[in-house]
Design a protein around this ligand. Structure first.
Ligand code: ADP
Ligand code: ADP
Length: 228
């Protein structure tokens, strides 16, 4: 079943830039989706619509069959976790532990449940031993893992990552893919935005190609195999 559907989504920034021009797509549960496209294609703008940070100016976004609107955007944000490209946009608390607890605290969960979620999330990105550290002193790769843990602590069904491997060294990229595989094995749907065709071909079960705010193609990784 489709866990995420978009119909005719358009989005224009204040300066008049049309970032999305009638995007329609559908993502099935437990897929690994790569949204591929060059810089400026509209990938980040699209991702910001998947969890209600941007609401559609025109068109519809449905999560689990329910249309996102200003009344339920908070609910949607706990179902769809978004990991920004730059962890410095997301990681800001005095300690790693506080940072990961921020989402569950906002959800109004009980203390014991918050503690369990923070521990589980930090263990699954192998950052539990860093729980008392200040995030801004960590390496980029470590901050990225803390940002992922913060999203995991909300227990989202869908996890969306913007350029997840950007600025990571090869071993950091390997760690990241291992984390993504584990999350997928737990039954979560994973969506990444990337401009890296090879990475998309290697990792994804489904590909969406975006250019100039429009979908060029959607299908399996066969889309990326050239016949020439
Ligand atoms: P991508 O993530 O694929 O690089 P973006 O969604 O960031 O693409 O950008 C899509 C288009 O919207 C680009 O033309 C970009 O310059 C423009 N854009 C992005 N953010 C803003 C903004 N805050 N204000 C105005 N234009 C923006
Ligand atoms: P960088 O972010 O600079 O790439 P890493 O965060 O990958 O560095 O950490 C360096 C090493 O420490 C890696 O081998 C990683 O697996 C290991 N490591 C990271 N966090 C923990 C942890 N909580 N417990 C044990 N080992 C860890």
């Amino acid at each position: 079943a489709a866990c995420l559907e978009i119909e005719d989504l358009c989005f224009r920034y204040h300066d008049g830039t049309e970032a999305l021009k009638g995007v329609s797509l559908s993502i099935q549960k437990e897929e690994k989706v790569a949204i591929l496209g060059p810089n400026g294609a509209g990938k980040s703008t699209l991702l910001l619509h998947l969890n209600g940070i941007h609401l559609p100016q025109q068109g519809v976004v449905r999560v689990g069959g329910k249309e996102i609107n200003s009344d339920n955007e908070r609910q949607v944000r706990s179902k769809v976790g978004l990991v920004f490209q730059d962890p410095d946009d997301q990681v800001f608390s005095p300690t790693v532990w506080d940072d990961v607890a921020f989402g569950p605290l906002n959800m109004g969960l009980e203390r014991a449940e918050i503690e369990k979620r923070v521990a589980d999330a930090l263990q699954s990105v192998r950052m539990w031993e860093f729980r008392s550290r200040a995030p801004h002193h960590l390496s980029y790769g470590q901050k990225k893992r803390v940002a992922i843990a913060g999203v995991l602590a909300m227990d989202p069904e869908i996890i969306v990552l913007d350029e997840p491997t950007a600025f990571l060294d090869p071993s950091g990229q390997e760690d990241l893919f291992e984390i993504l595989e584990n999350l997928h094995r737990e039954g979560r749907t994973i969506i990444i935005a990337t401009h890296d065709v090879d990475m998309a071909a290697m990792w994804a079960t489904s590909i969406i190609i975006l250019k100039d705010g429009q979908i060029l193609a959607q299908g399996t990784t066969k889309l990326l195999v050239r016949e020439d």
